[in-house]
Ligand binder design. Structure first.
Ligand SMILES: [Zn+2]
Length: 200
């Protein structure tokens, strides 16, 4: 039997993209574009001068940068929010808020790993935020009422687009229609937009 027949996909041919994944990427990119991204070599040097080159959470040698306040919570990529971390903490904290993550008792929390002086480390990170005048703000606060309305409108059109794509795939009898673009029921928290019910 040839390799071509056995392989899972067809080697070399482009595979169909997931529309759902692409639309989710757009939503994420829009959200990220609404926050500042101002962390280059100069900012990195200043952060390391203040914090040192060890992981701010556990003290192991740092190998990556992470955000104290994650983007999902409105965190921005700026001095005062970007910190050096080890790969273990980087892989485990992910999109969690740094305070809750640092103070949790269960594995792989800092205490369960035997890291000393967690509260002291937490105070140091709050001081780092203060030193570089970083105040976390939610997207709702940053946008204000007018911006929030525009954001809700983008979100509403995003839901409409998902529905329209699902209808298109159904009409076209696309082989991927069955697993594409489920109706999205997720709504932003501080909702000011009129309720819309997406037709199925
Ligand atoms: Zn660490």
């Amino acid at each position: 039997m040839s390799r071509l027949g056995r392989s899972h996909g067809v080697a070399g041919l482009p595979q169909p993209r997931s529309v759902k994944t692409a639309l989710t990427e757009v939503r994420r990119a829009v959200r990220e574009a609404l926050g500042r991204f101002a962390f280059g070599a100069g900012e990195a040097a200043r952060a390391l001068a203040y914090l040192g080159a060890d992981c701010v959470f556990c003290g192991s040698p740092a190998r990556a940068w992470d955000l104290l306040v994650p983007r999902r919570s409105g965190g921005e990529v700026v001095l005062g929010n970007v910190v050096p971390v080890c790969l273990f903490c980087h892989g485990n904290k992910r999109e969690q808020d740094f305070q809750a993550w640092m103070l949790q008792d269960r594995w792989p929390g800092l205490r369960a790993r035997g890291i000393a002086n967690v509260r002291g480390r937490l105070r140091r990170l709050r001081a780092y935020m203060t030193h570089f005048q970083y105040t976390p703000t939610s997207l709702e606060v940053r946008l204000g009422p007018g911006g929030l309305r525009a954001f809700e409108e983008v979100h509403r059109r995003d839901r409409q687009l998902r529905t329209a794509v699902a209808q298109l795939l159904a009409v076209a009898g696309s082989g991927t229609a069955g697993r594409e673009v489920p109706a999205n029921t997720q709504r932003p928290r501080a909702s000011a937009a009129p309720a819309t019910t997406a037709p199925r």
